[in-house]
Every structure is written in C-alpha cells, then in structure tokens.
Design a protein around this ligand. Structure first.
Ligand SMILES: C[C@](O)(CO)[C@H](O)COP(=O)(O)OP(=O)(O)OC[C@H]1O[C@@H](n2ccc(N)nc2=O)[C@H](O)[C@@H]1O
Ligand SMILES: Nc1ncnc2c1ncn2[C@@H]1O[C@H](COP(=O)(O)OP(=O)(O)OP(=O)(O)O)[C@@H](O)[C@H]1O
Length: 288
C-alpha cells in the first residue's frame, strides 16, 4: 500500500525577532506562505517494523539525521505503531536555502504516515508533534499562509496572498540557521509592520503586501553574501514588485504579477546564478 504527499517550500513575507529567550531560542513573529516548488514523498507500508528513507540527493542524509526519518520515528514511538514504512523523497527544493525543505518533508511525513498507519490524528495534533522536530515543522503541517509566533510553533492561519509569480534564486554558499540567529544584534532592529501585513492579507491588497515585506535576519546574512546582494539588486533592477530574503537565507525571492516580467527576471539571473526558479504563489493547502 502507498500514499503520496506534496511538500511545498515556504517563503517569509515578514520575519521579526522580538527577544532572546531563556531556552536560547528567539521569540519570533513571522508571516509565511507557500510556493509551488515542492518535494514529492511516497510512503510504502512494510511488515518489517522499520523506517527507511531514500532521498537520492547527495546533500541529504538518509539516516536518523533526515527530518522525515525523525518525524516517522516520533509517530511510530509515540503511538506504538507495529508497522514499518519506506519513505521515498524526490527533492526539488534546494537544501539549506531558507525554504524549509527539510521541515516540509518532516511535515509531509507526519501527514502521509498518519494516513498510511491509520492514526486519525488531526492537523492540529500533527502540528503539535511537528514542533518537537523543528521550529518550522508546525507551519509546514498546514502548508498554507499563517503568522507564526513563539519559536515558530504557534500558528494562526491567514488568507492566501493574491495570486502572483514568485522568482526564487539561491546563492551557492549556504548558511547555518543557528549561526544567523546567534549573530543577530538585538539592538537597533527595525521591526516589520506585521499587523499591517496581516491586514493586507485579509483585504487581498497585493501592493500593501509588497510594501511591507521585511526580514530582520537580512541584516546578518546579506553582509556575508555578496551573491545574495547581487541577486537582490538584479531583481529590483528588473522590476520585481517586492524582493526579500526568505528565512535565515540565503535564498532571495521576488514577487511579480506579470508572467512576462517574471521570465525577464529569471533570464537576467541565469547568467550568474545556477539555482533559479519561477513558480506560482500557492498560499492555500494544496497538498495532493
Ligand atoms: C529561520 C526560520 O526558518 C524562519 O522560518 C526558522 O526560524 C528556523 O526554523 P528551523 O530551521 O526549523 O529551526 P530549528 O531547527 O528549530 O532551530 C535551528 C536553530 O535556530 C535557532 N533558532 C530557531 C528558531 C527560533 N525561534 N530561534 C532560534 O534561535 C536556534 O539556535 C536553533 O538551534
Ligand atoms: N529531508 C531533508 N531535506 C533537506 N535537508 C534535510 C532533510 N533532512 C535533514 N536535512 C538536513 O537539514 C539541513 C537543512 O536543510 P533544509 O533544506 O531544511 O534547510 P532550510 O531550508 O534552511 O531550513 P529552514 O528554512 O527551516 O531553516 C541540511 O543540511 C540537511 O543535511
């Protein structure tokens, strides 16, 4: 028996850091949505009581370090599941990019195995379990549009942004999320207008959304990433409606309404950046 799940990439429309907590995580507030760049996962029921992951990607481990493996193990242990599963991951989301690829695979695994193993858990229960794996996993369980608070696990759903094109470009040099948070200076942060962004989403105001995109982690990552700066400048120069770094980076995304302009931006980046994509904004659950 097989089931399959789509694991979409997320982008941050805002990312704000409020303070550093006692547990060394940061209290954050961020508006996130999803784009139609997705990994595909297939789950096969096995009788051997084992979990096996196969990602066929040299940057992704297939053992217990894989976030999909950890999600499967968590479900299996917590609910005393006596079956096994083979998890095949077809990677399309670039790795260590700020697009929550691993978190989305973990979330898709929670949804997929919930079905394969007939556990009948709600999305809310899966999202709570997901927070034990990583801060972005709860959001990825819903894979819609939401404001995330706490360390990222408190999710309040929002309407999807108006339909548009999203150009994504990933510089070659990756970043470590942990070191980005550690290097952030909490003085002099210029905070995003999160409430304004939430209102713009409620009223379907595309230009209001574009005007308010902001990520405070850009201040850490961009000075160390000349390629990301070059991509940002090129996207602005080529007429993107809004340009921002996603998550802790280094991927830069641009929002565009017109397809012809999205393709022009894509072509202008291809000369110096290998990882460039043009996809549709998703924003709502479309997980099949
Ligand atoms: C940058 C974002 O991707 C934005 O969505 C997330 O905040 C990070 O999500 P993630 O990769 O799932 O993060 P985790 O695997 O939970 O944490 C990685 C590391 O990031 C730091 N971290 C993460 C989340 C948070 N609210 N505060 C933090 O300081 C911690 O040092 C942690 O050890
Ligand atoms: N299923 C997976 N897909 C991708 N990376 C994975 C997976 N499982 C574990 N990893 C490891 O996690 C690390 C981060 O990968 P990921 O693609 O999730 O980063 P990211 O997009 O920056 O995440 P985030 O935006 O949540 O910080 C990689 O170094 C990779 O080895």
């Amino acid at each position: 028996m097989h089931v399959s799940e789509k694991a979409p990439a997320k982008i941050n429309l805002t990312l704000d850091v409020l303070y550093k907590r006692q547990d060394n995580y940061h209290e954050i507030e961020m508006v996130m949505t999803t784009v139609d760049l997705a990994d595909r996962l297939e789950f096969t029921l096995t009788n051997d009581n084992k979990i096996r992951v196969d990602s066929e990607n040299r940057f992704v481990p297939n053992d217990e370090r894989n976030l999909a493996f950890r999600a499967a193990k968590l479900l299996k242990d917590r609910f005393h599941v006596q079956h096994g599963a083979r998890i095949k991951i077809e990677k399309h989301i670039p790795v260590a990019a700020g697009l929550a690829g691993g978190s989305s695979d973990a979330a898709a695994t929670l949804r997929g195995l919930n079905r394969l193993w007939n556990l009948n858990l709600s999305l809310e229960e899966l999202a709570n379990l997901g927070s034990e794996i990583g801060s972005d996993v709860s959001f990825c369980v819903y894979s819609s549009t939401a404001v995330a608070r706490g360390r990222g696990e408190k999710i309040e759903k929002l309407p999807a942004p108006p339909s548009c094109w999203v150009v994504l470009a990933k510089p070659q040099q990756g970043v470590s999320t942990q070191s980005v948070y550690e290097s952030l200076s909490l003085d002099n942060i210029v905070h995003p207008d999160t409430n304004g962004m939430i209102e713009a989403l409620h009223s379907g105001d595309y230009w209001g959304i574009c005007k308010r995109v902001k990520n405070v982690l850009e201040a850490v990552t961009l000075p160390k990433q000349p390629e990301a700066n070059q991509i940002k400048e090129q996207m602005i120069h080529s007429g993107a409606d809004a340009v921002l770094m996603s998550g802790s980076g280094p991927t830069i995304f641009g929002l565009v309404q017109q397809e012809t302009r999205a393709i022009r931006i894509y072509n202008s980046l291809r000369g110096f950046c290998e990882d460039v994509y043009v996809v549709r904004m998703l924003g709502t659950e479309s997980l099949d």
